[in-house]
Write a protein that binds this ligand. Structure first.
Ligand SMILES: Nc1ncnc2c1ncn2[C@@H]1O[C@H](COP(=O)(O)OP(=O)(O)OP(=O)(O)O)[C@@H](O)[C@H]1O
Length: 886
């Protein structure tokens, strides 16, 4: 009671300072409710007041919160932070009584969830419950039900829309425990939250532990991965030395183990120990030179299927900078979720993920404006859309400060608690981060020196005579051992692991263990309904139909005797039904497991959908890339005017025909570079995004390539039109509509060919620097052999073939024919001027261009060049993806 009065005092003091009650966290003491985490806009203040007014004497009196029932949604991060800060001040006031209350609340959750599921069974569940006699209709509310238990009562209310429900549970000692039902299916017990606050105050800074409760995501089967005797060898040095058996380097040396769903697993080791190589091997991104066995749910890994059920989030998280968070998410949803899912349903999924990852406030923010931590969260959010059961993270905390790192790992941990298998490589975590992992897989020189629980590390090392010094971070200590700072013990430690000395330190009971009676192995369903108190050591899956993982020692096929599951197919089909059956909570995922084609190695959407989504995205990206787009438009107009002024009215002047050919060549040069260079520059920048998305099975290379190239085409049409219209008339070329249109057509063709060449250079280059150099350099021979600098006859015969593959030659000759050919006749010659060329034929002859040549041939050849280069570029892209997978 003292704590209560102190809390009240604090409350009053705060209020006196002008802070509204709804902005404050009210500690879950006996006289106060917990539901100040409700929405900020409606009802919270009222709730706070009404609960604050309650006294201990109100035992078993149902509390009506009236119209102020919490609306859907959560409070902002800032508000949470504020609440947490306020809570910090109240921490001393949290009594044991509060904690025990919280625990009691947890034990009662099963019943509450059952009630919740009843409500969830119908959006207007109140009506049903009323009919069942369990509800008391309330005249002023959409719905109102109460369920009487032993010395306790539950009041459930539906808000006006009938979609969300808040339940106030009154414990026999009159401690209100508040259940928030989002979309009438998701249960969020604030007692649990309070418990978390009480014991793990700092761990709720961004509520990311809630990420496991992604109720609208598609249901997926949980996955456990087993691997045995993995070795990875790369070639080092020359091909010759390799042929002689030398120059091969073994990076991974016979790694074995298993990773279970529900666990946050760290692959640790010093730099160069082989963490990334191991992760690539696990994710299936390195298959060449990789030996060993991989089992997924007891079945030999099918790479296509596995890549579809897993996602790999790379260290640098390359995302397209010009899309907003929501746009990026919708692209992901449109590509990763089946077409039959409506836009509204996709939006629900997206919003749920964003809100749980704390990105709701940034939905309209461009990716380029997000902070490093937000980018990481968005990268995760993008992949979460289809709820992949396996998540690989390469150094997820790199580049983040300690707080963001903590938040990031909290999120990963909560994702794991939702039934996912989350595997990260991590370099050297701080003690605080280290203790968040469930399982460790420590590498040293490509060998495993420890695999087991995080808690088991120190005892295990101690058992081997390696005592972690007091106040020393165990993560640092094991890295020091792996780096050989205490002598070379890697071989010995690795042998101990192989001999099974680590086994007793394995957490044989995975965080997700079954409480249901179903006997199907590995039938976890990832609907996000898994509830935990967030504590690594005491995750509860009460009432949740989680898998029966029979990880008993000595059985099984690979290492620690994990019994292989039955065929995944059978597991998959039943997940939803089992889930319903086992816990009575209906899954409210807007996408079901049946919606997702989980078997095929093919993509979630058709080629046409992929193309249209990617086309829209590419087009939007080009439009939004204001600098590049504006520069391109500006340069075509400004350079057109400048060139027009430079060669003003020379087109029909026989004395300036030589200058006019210079103008025509310069125009081709200009159009060539303005199409080539932006593509050369932009493509390598996008390659990271493309490789990530393609490896994560978003779309086919074909769809991406076609969309990307077609999206830029309108610019290849419009920009030459701007330029040609200005220069053609300013320079006084023949005033004939036919010639003018052909002139523009040839300019457009030149532009398209140059863009294709740019794509090829961009796709083939290993880096932006290489591309920037390769672009102009590769243009030199094309220009040299164009017939302007050296006529065809002058070129040595052994070099003449180059002239045939120079598209600029066809472009230049074609333009010359359009301007001077097609029976143009006499050129003008001003009085008192010596004209070098009297007729247009003479101009063509001077450049070795036969007037009998047909312009359409030039168009056809250029079109052929365009097609061939595009196909070649596609093959290069394919090769690059293969190389990544290599
Ligand atoms: N393709 C390759 N050719 C030659 N050596 C390679 C190749 N790939 C990896 N290696 C070598 O294998 C070793 C392990 O590399 P890996 O990137 O897996 O280490 P890591 O533990 O992830 O290191 P870091 O923490 O520094 O990223 C390194 O010595 C690296 O040089």
């Amino acid at each position: 009671m003292q704590s209560d009065s102190l809390a009240n005092q604090k409350l009053q003091t705060k209020s006196a300072h002008g802070l509204s009650i709804s902005q404050m966290y009210i500690p879950p003491t006996s006289t106060m409710g917990f539901n100040l985490f409700g929405p900020m806009n409606s009802g919270t203040r009222h709730n706070a007041n009404s609960r604050a007014d309650m006294s201990m004497a109100d035992t078993n009196v149902e509390m009506e919160t009236g119209d102020d029932v919490a609306a859907p949604g959560w409070e902002s991060d800032a508000a949470i932070l504020q609440s947490v800060q306020a809570l910090t001040e109240h921490m001393q006031l949290l009594s044991d009584e509060t904690r025990s209350l919280a625990r009691e609340g947890l034990t009662l959750r099963g019943e509450l969830e059952r009630v919740a599921s009843q409500v969830a069974a119908d959006h207007h569940g109140a009506q049903n419950l009323t009919n069942a006699g369990a509800c008391t209709p309330s005249p002023n509310q959409a719905g109102h039900c109460c369920v009487q238990g032993q010395a306790r009562s539950l009041v459930c209310k539906l808000n006006g829309s009938g979609e969300d429900c808040a339940c106030d549970f009154h414990h026999r000692v009159n401690k209100p425990v508040v259940l928030q039902l989002s979309q009438a299916s998701q249960v969020d017990l604030d007692t649990e939250r309070a418990y978390w606050h009480a014991g793990h105050l700092k761990k709720v800074q961004n509520r990311t532990y809630e990420a496991q409760k992604l109720s609208h995501l598609p249901t997926r089967q949980a996955v456990h991965i087993e691997f045995s005797n993995i070795t990875y060898t790369v070639r080092e040095g020359s091909v010759w030395s390799c042929r002689r058996g030398k120059g091969n380097k073994t990076i991974l040396k016979g790694l074995s183990g298993r990773f279970l769903p529900g666990e946050l697993i760290a692959i640790m080791g010093p730099s160069g120990a082989g963490k990334s190589s191991f992760m690539n091997a696990l994710a299936g991104y390195k298959t060449q030179s990789m030996k060993g066995t991989f089992l997924v749910n007891g079945q030999a890994r099918n790479l296509g299927q596995f890549r579809k059920m897993s996602c790999y989030i790379m260290q640098d998280c390359q995302l397209l900078p010009h899309l907003s968070v929501m746009e990026a998410m919708m692209v992901s949803a449109n590509l990763k979720l089946p077409e039959k899912i409506g836009r509204g349903a996709k939006k629900i999924v997206v919003e749920e993920i964003l809100s749980l990852l704390g990105l709701m406030e940034s939905v309209h923010t461009r990716v380029s404006k997000l902070s490093g931590g937000q980018v990481k969260r968005l990268a995760i959010a993008l992949e979460l859309v289809n709820n992949p059961p396996v998540l690989f993270f390469d150094e997820p905390t790199s580049g983040l400060d300690s707080s963001s790192s903590f938040q990031c790992l909290s999120l990963l941990k909560s994702l794991a608690r939702g039934g996912r298998t989350v595997i990260c490589t991590i370099h050297q975590p701080s003690a605080r981060l280290f203790e968040m992992f469930d399982q460790l897989y420590v590498l040293g020189e490509g060998q495993c020196i420890y695999r087991g629980s995080m808690q088991g590390l120190v005892p295990y090392l101690k058992a081997q005579g390696l005592v972690c010094p007091p106040y020393h971070n165990p993560a640092d200590y094991v890295i020091e051992i792996a780096s050989g700072e205490y002598g070379n013990m890697i071989g010995d430690l690795s042998k101990l692991v192989t001999d099974g000395k680590c086994e007793e330190f394995l957490n044989l009971e995975p965080p997700l263990h079954s409480t249901s009676s179903n006997s199907l192995n590995s039938s976890n369903s990832l609907t996000g309904h898994a509830h935990s108190n967030g504590d690594a050591a005491s995750v509860t899956t009460a009432g949740i139909g989680m898998a029966t993982f029979t990880a008993s020692k000595g059985e099984g096929s690979i290492t620690n005797g994990h019994t292989p599951s039955n065929a995944p197919q059978s597991n998959r089909v039943t997940t939803k039904a089992i889930f319903k059956e086992a816990n009575g909570v209906s899954t409210h995922s807007v996408v079901t497991c049946d919606d997702l084609d989980l078997d095929g190695g093919h993509f979630a959407t058709s080629f046409l959908t992929q193309f249209s989504v990617l086309f829209k995205r590419a087009f939007l990206t080009i439009i939004r890339d204001q600098l590049l787009t504006h520069i391109r438009i500006f340069s075509h107009i400004a350079c057109g005017l400048l060139i027009g002024l430079l060669y003003l009215e020379i087109g029909n002047d026989g004395s300036k025909a030589f200058n006019n050919t210079g103008f025509l060549f310069l125009s081709i040069l200009f159009l060539m570079f303005t199409a080539l260079m932006p593509t050369v520059l932009s493509f390598p920048l996008e390659m990271g995004v493309f490789v990530r998305e393609n490896l994560n099975y978003w779309y086919s290379i074909k769809a991406y390539y076609l969309a990307k190239t077609i999206a830029d085409m309108p610019f290849q049409f419009v920009l030459p039109i701007f330029y040609c219209t200005i220069v053609y008339w300013m320079t006084d070329q023949p005033p004939e509509a036919g010639r003018f249109i052909l002139f523009i057509a040839m300019a457009t063709m030149t532009s398209l060919c140059s863009q294709s060449l740019g794509l090829l250079i961009g796709a083939g280059s290993t880096s932006l620097q290489v591309a920037v150099f390769a672009g102009p350099i590769s243009s030199i021979p094309i220009l040299l052999f164009s017939g302007y600098f050296v006529t065809f006859d002058t070129i040595p015969s052994y070099l003449q073939w180059i002239s045939y593959i120079s598209y600029v030659r066809y472009s230049f000759e074609g333009t010359m024919l359009i301007v001077y050919g097609m029976d143009r006749g006499e050129l003008g010659c001003p009085a008192n001027t010596t004209c070098m060329f009297r007729t247009s034929r003479e101009v063509l002859e001077a450049l070795d261009i036969g007037e009998e040549s047909r312009v359409y041939w030039h168009f056809l050849i250029m079109f052929g060049f365009f097609v061939v280069v595009r196909i070649f570029c596609f093959l290069v892209l394919k090769f690059k993806v293969r190389q990544h997978l290599g």
